[in-house]
Ligand binder design. Structure first.
Ligand code: SAH
Ligand code: SF4
Ligand code: F3S
Length: 439
């Protein structure tokens, strides 16, 4: 019986978004329904990110703000999960006396028990890692989400230890899910009406490499493409070093695989890439980009770039700009380097001032804005096949995604929701396209 409300806020990446959906599903069994109103909630949970110092600070600020909802007399539960919880553990209970629950990235399955305890006034922190395959059998499934597009976890964790990155420390070792479980989930989703699958993990293209009996990621994509009812496949996120020729070939021969890829370069300078421990170099990265463009004309790239990494010279930065010009990303996520506790790069001396870093970021964003505009304008007048997912922002509009991942809004009847339609592009914005149904 649903008789309590949970308010949940999610920070960080898609893994966290996915985990939050699992949590909501699990706590539904305990009688909690989701609400968007913290003042109405019986429980407030923050699912947190610590990838940069700023992300972590945001969580602490938010926590302080939410404290006011803790009602006198009635025990409202406040909890923190995700990567900040994993990083800080029990310390959080000490720092924030109004906090009841701290649960790490491998402990979602303990949450129902923890919540029952908290309902009786217990304060508890659980952040032990489970670094073996059993972790994946523990993670609860997501229910009650009828959507055309769904994420399916294929692996968790990361073993790459890029020198700047905290993720391997807060998400634990890389573990691939059994392909049989993945395919069963995909088939079930297809039966529920799901048409698009986004294969999810910190580094999906290293899927299966450590287990002889499992397919490679390229083989897994081919198997998913065999599932009846699935029309589109995407994946996120991938490491350039694991972008194999076979995976590149999928973009040529698996027609269900969409023409879009997130392939973070981080920097265009070999010296910086080496200190970042990224394993590839500028030329091998660009070679993969060229191959992808050759096998799938029109393929759209997105990426991540870090500016101001320790020791990044003007020359290094110019190389990053030229790499961006050569790849021509449609969207780029740009970050100012932030030292993270426990990582290798946190020991590197930093000589750049904040304003120097910001000046570089500005140049990078100006260049990216121009490239985005040029690419998006090229779509005007052409047709895009759109999977219509819902209503648009304006009245009378419906909205969906093109094969390349761009959002397309256009005037149309609601009964088109759930179908694929060809839409002519009339206008381009930085983050979406405006289209019309051909007469
Ligand atoms: N697994 C993903 C990245 C997850 S973190 C991948 O490798 O693609 C998302 C992005 O945050 C990274 O790609 C990187 O650009 C950025 N990032 C990670 N650590 C950072 C740090 N210490 N400072 C600034 N940006 C960082
Ligand atoms: Fe972080 Fe590198 Fe792993 Fe990505 S691949 S999560 S950047 S350590
Ligand atoms: Fe942030 Fe954790 Fe994701 S640190 S980016 S929420 S894996």
């Amino acid at each position: 019986m649903i008789d309590k409300l949970i308010y949940m806020e999610t920070f960080g990446c898609q893994m966290n978004v996915n985990d939050s959906e699992r949590i909501i599903t699990m706590l539904g069994d305990l009688g909690y329904a989701a609400t968007n109103e913290p003042s109405a909630a019986d429980m407030i949970l923050l699912n947190t990110c610590s990838v940069r110092g700023g992300a972590e600070e945001k969580v602490y600020k938010r926590l302080q703000n939410l404290k006011i909802y803790k009602r006198d007399g009635k025990s409202q539960i406040i909890g923190v999960g995700g990567c900040v919880a994993q990083q800080e553990g029990e310390e959080l209970l000490k720092k924030f006396p109004f906090l009841d629950l701290v649960f790490g990235t491998h402990n979602l399955h303990l949450l129902p028990d923890m919540v029952r305890g908290a309902e009786q006034g217990e304060r508890r922190s659980e952040t032990a890692f489970i670094d073996n395959e059993q972790r994946l059998d523990l993670f609860p499934s997501i229910k009650g989400k009828s959507r055309l597009s769904r994420f399916v976890t294929v692996m968790q964790g990361c073993d790459n230890f890029c020198s700047y990155c905290i993720v391997p420390y807060v998400r634990g070792r890389e573990i691939s899910r059994r392909s049989s479980d993945i395919l069963t989930e995909v088939s079930q989703l297809a039966d529920e009406g799901v048409r698009e699958i986004v294969l999810l993990g910190q580094n999906v293209n290293s899927y299966g490499l450590k287990v002889d009996s499992e397919p490679t990621f390229a083989e897994l994509i081919r198997q998913v493409a065999e599932v009846q009812g699935i029309e589109r496949i995407r994946f996120t996120t991938s490491h350039p070093k694991d972008m194999s020729d076979d995976l590149i070939a999928c973009f040529s021969d698996v027609t269900k695989l969409c023409g879009q890829i997130h392939l973070p370069a981080q920097s265009g300078s070999d010296a910086v890439l080496q200190r970042m421990k990224r394993v590839y170099n500028r030329e091998s990265y660009l070679e993969k980009v060229r191959k992808l463009k050759a096998v799938r004309p029109g393929i759209v790239f997105t990426g991540d770039i870090i500016v101001g990494f320790p020791g990044e010279t003007d020359e290094d930065f110019e190389k990053t700009l030229s790499l961006i010009e050569e790849v021509r990303y449609i969207d780029l996520f740009t970050f100012v380097y932030s030292p993270r506790p426990g990582t290798k790069a946190a020991e590197f001396p930093e000589e750049m001032t904040r304003s120097q870093k910001m000046a570089r970021l500005d140049r990078l964003m100006a260049l990216q804005k121009q490239i985005n505009l040029e690419i998006c304008n090229e779509y005007i007048g052409g047709l895009q096949s759109v999977m219509v997912e819902g209503e648009g922002k304006l009245p009378g509009q419906i909205s969906g995604k093109a094969d390349n991942g761009r959002i397309v809004n256009f005037s149309g009847k609601k009964n088109l929701i759930g179908s694929f339609v060809d839409v002519r592009i009339a206008k381009a914005y930085p983050n979406s396209l405006l289209g019309e149904l051909p007469k």
